[in-house]
Ligand binder design. Sequence first.
Ligand SMILES: [Zn+2]
Length: 84
Amino acid sequence: MAGKKGKDKVKRCPLCGGEMREGITTIPFLIGEKVTVIKDVPAEICSDCGEAYMKSSVVDKVESLLDRLEELHSEMSVVHYEAA
Ligand SMILES: [Zn+2]
């Protein structure tokens, strides 16, 4: 790999090359037969195609949230990320 040195300030979407911006998104998860929707998730969102990417710290929190919801035996849950 002959990459450039230093970090680009602008992150680019791996799908379309669009500019990634910090934002808030709503992400639906389908686990088995359960649907969980997590709202207000901080993410980087592509300004062109709308693809959202979560940071690893956010992914960790989302996963622990999903683990806890698993115990509720609810077929459909809508939760706010910040309530986690
Ligand atoms: Zn994109």
